[in-house]
Ligand binder design. Structure first.
Ligand code: FES
Length: 169
């Protein structure tokens, strides 16, 4: 399922990124803006893509990688189509966020070694607060907030996302 970088280079995504880089090239702080755009386009920032961006902006690839690893927003690994964030901050924890996480792990067969499903449909991340403590326990799916979650509601949500994406339920 994962694409080789050589295949990726053939795609329109690179053309889209090139067009953006051409617009940004001479502006101050272009690197971070370009990395944001590249992550929007590709979904993640593999080392090959970082090297490519470095070449286009005349910035050493080690410096590009330093920026990518500094900001937690940037990801060097491919994530699923649906990025599920489960909050385990205090408010969510006391309202039983852990059984929701366990249900997600069970439903998606995610082990501690990887937080993305084999079919690249789901990525599960834990966060310390989603800023919606009054709605605890909270999860987000691609930044859409789901309040007052339970393991049962989580199962239904996973099923509906699978359906929406055309995967078997
Ligand atoms: S602790 Fe979960 S949203 Fe704040």
């Amino acid at each position: 399922m994962k694409q080789e970088w050589n295949q990726v280079l053939e795609t329109d995504k690179v053309k889209e990124l090139d067009a953006f880089i051409s617009k940004m090239k001479d502006q101050r702080g272009a690197l971070i803006t370009v990395l944001h755009e590249a992550q929007n386009i590709f979904g993640y920032l593999p080392r090959e893509l970082q090297r490519y961006i470095g070449e286009r902006l005349n910035i050493p690839s080690a410096k590009v990688n330093g920026v990518v690893t500094f900001y937690s927003h940037f990801s060097q690994v491919q994530k699923g189509k649906y990025v599920i964030k489960i909050c385990d901050g205090t408010a969510c924890h006391v309202r039983k966020s852990i059984p929701i996480l366990e249900e997600l792990q069970r439903q998606l067969k995610i082990t501690s070694g990887s937080n993305t499903t084999e079919d690249l449909l789901f990525t599960v991340e834990t966060v310390s607060c989603l800023g919606a403590c009054g709605l605890a326990p909270v999860i987000t799916v691609n930044d859409k907030v789901y309040p007052a979650m339970t393991p049962e509601k989580t199962t239904e949500l996973i099923q509906s996302l699978r359906k929406e994406s055309g995967h078997e339920v």
